[in-house]
Ligand binder design. Structure first.
Ligand code: B12
Length: 212
């Protein structure tokens, strides 16, 4: 039954049926389906959206509208994602790099890490390197998280890390990065401390840093 709802949720997104998708998300929010599974179903749907766009089957209008459906449904669901919360664990500053406006994944991570007990400071999207650096100087976070979904903007990660070094704060903060354009190898080359393929892994990694 729950598998069926998840399939339907994904299908409504791919039919670009906003009302149908929101109705199902409301059903999930009030029912027995695991919220994290529903969030994953929407992410899987978006993966297909991206492939259709890449293959030229769908255009920007469809990409934008699918993004809006994902935003509506994720806003309903991701604050309900549950994790083992253990009280105030430290501050995490997060933003999407300059030139990149994707924020669905960043916001899922924020909701999840917040529910795990971290204090999250959201810098938003299209954040210039100086914005990340000054937020680190101002808030003294345990970790700085950067999201990046475009290969055209991935060089921003290195710029931020250089900026942290120049301002002598690189050794005071752990840097974690995530998003479709990035990989473990990229993180290593750019001098980040970790790459997170998803919000749950990212939160676990930062929890480990807090404990050490
Ligand atoms: C929805 C979407 C959009 C929406 C974004 C809506 C929004 N508010 O975010 C809109 C329509 C605005 C958009 C615009 C564009 N997009 Co777009 N988009 C997508 C799509 C389909 C889904 C992205 C998404 O939200 N996925 C779901 C979330 C949940 O996944 P996620 O972001 O990866 O996040 C998870 C993890 O990565 C991780 N994570 C992410 N960030 C972080 C950060 C930290 C700190 C941590 C710990 C973890 C973490 O946790 C998340 C949850 O588990 C992708 C396809 C894809 N495969 O990613 C294309 C995609 C990213 N877009 C693409 C492109 C080309 C564009 C445009 C340039 C199109 C255009 N011609 O204008 C513009 C760029 C605009 C800009 N300047 O940013 C390309 C990028 C190609 C590339 N290699 O660079 C993709 C890959 C599509 C494709 N296959 O061609 N897009």
């Amino acid at each position: 039954m729950s598998g069926e709802i998840l399939e339907q949720l994904k299908a409504r997104l791919l039919d670009l049926d906003m009302d149908g998708a929101v109705e199902l998300a409301e059903l999930v929010a009030g029912g027995d389906v695991r919220i994290a599974d529903a969030v994953n179903a929407i992410s899987e749907g978006l993966e297909v959206v991206g492939q259709r766009f890449q293959r030229g089957e769908w255009f920007l209008t469809e990409l934008v509208y699918a993004g809006e459906i994902a935003r509506e449904t994720m806003d309903l669901l991701s604050p309900l994602m549950e994790t083992a919360s253990s009280g105030p664990l430290g501050t995490v500053v997060v933003g999407t790099v300059a030139g990149d406006l994707h924020d669905l994944g960043k916001d899922i991570f924020i909701n999840y890490a917040r529910s795990a007990g971290f204090k999250l400071i959201d810098l938003g999207v299209d954040v210039p390197a100086e914005g990340f650096v000054s937020a680190v100087k101002e808030h003294h976070p345990l970790a700085l998280g950067m999201s990046c979904l475009l290969t055209t903007t991935d060089s921003e990660i290195g710029k931020v890390i250089e900026g942290l070094k120049r301002q002598n704060v690189r050794d005071k903060v752990k840097v974690i990065i995530g998003g479709a354009a990035l990989t473990e190898q990229f993180a290593e080359n750019a001098g980040a401390d970790a790459f997170a393929p998803d919000a749950v892994t990212g939160t676990d990694i930062i929890r480990g840093w807090g404990a050490s």
